[in-house]
Design a binder for this molecule. Structure first.
Ligand code: CA
Length: 232
């Protein structure tokens, strides 16, 4: 397993590298956003640890660019623990976050959890779930397809949509969605789910069908909407 550590403070990067190598991970370190993308382009990584405040290119921008073509787990490191900053990072495509100053042991646990979750979505060949006639959820490729075309989604967005879409279709509370899709260890709150749903809708919606195959059940949560007609 190889980790990309993107962190401009050498002291913090050193601590992370020391703990990571003790756990058997190989690491590469980038001290700014441009170097991070350069390394990312040239080497395969199993997980990215991403500081948000970086020289040259912000962590959010690095996250967005990695997400254009990869579902690699991204754990962001943020010194700004406010809800809005965390949501901005998740919006950019991060899967998880750790607030600075953090305990290296907690960070290692988060890394393990995110790698494990990724391994589970890449296990044996699983069946493709259909939503109506136009949407396919493919757990093997971690892909949502609309009319046969892959939609670019983050891993967490995929896990949430896939949870909602798995038969039998039912209404899910926000809490259930977090626990089932992202696991008990996931330190999320209700607004996190709303953010993921909003992003999914942005990616799936079309004129006349703004809900993007996801129905809001007021006062309760969400339900997959598989009643869409054929493509016009
Ligand atoms: Ca920084």
């Amino acid at each position: 397993m190889k980790l990309l550590i993107v962190e401009d403070e050498p002291a913090i990067a050193d601590v992370i590298e020391a703990y990571a190598s003790r756990e058997g991970y190989r690491t590469r370190w980038a001290a700014d956003g441009e170097t991070a993308l350069e390394l990312w382009k040239n080497e395969p990584f199993d997980l990215v640890l991403l500081d948000l405040m970086l020289p040259k290119l912000s962590g959010e921008e690095v996250c967005r660019r990695i997400r254009m073509n990869s579902g690699v787990p991204i754990v962001m490191l943020t010194a700004r623990g406010s809800e809005n900053d965390i949501i901005a990072g998740l919006d950019a495509g991060a899967d998880d976050y750790v607030v600075k100053p953090f305990s290296p042991r907690v960070l290692m646990a988060r890394i393990r959890a995110n790698l494990r979750k990724n391994g589970e979505t890449q296990g044996d060949l699983k069946s493709v779930v259909k939503v109506g006639s136009r949407i396919e959820v493919d757990p093997n490729r971690v892909e949502i397809r609309k009319d046969g075309q892959p939609i670019s989604v983050t891993r967490n967005e995929f896990l949430i949509f896939s949870t909602l879409a798995t038969p039998p279709v039912r209404t899910w509370s926000r809490d259930d969605i977090i626990r089932t899709a992202l696991g008990d260890e996931y330190d999320g709150f209700d607004r996190t789910v709303d953010t993921y749903i909003k992003n999914l809708r942005k990616k799936l919606a079309e004129p006349g069908y703004e809900n993007g195959w996801i129905q809001t059940v007021h006062g309760f949560g969400y339900k997959i909407d598989d009643t869409r007609p054929e493509q016009p």
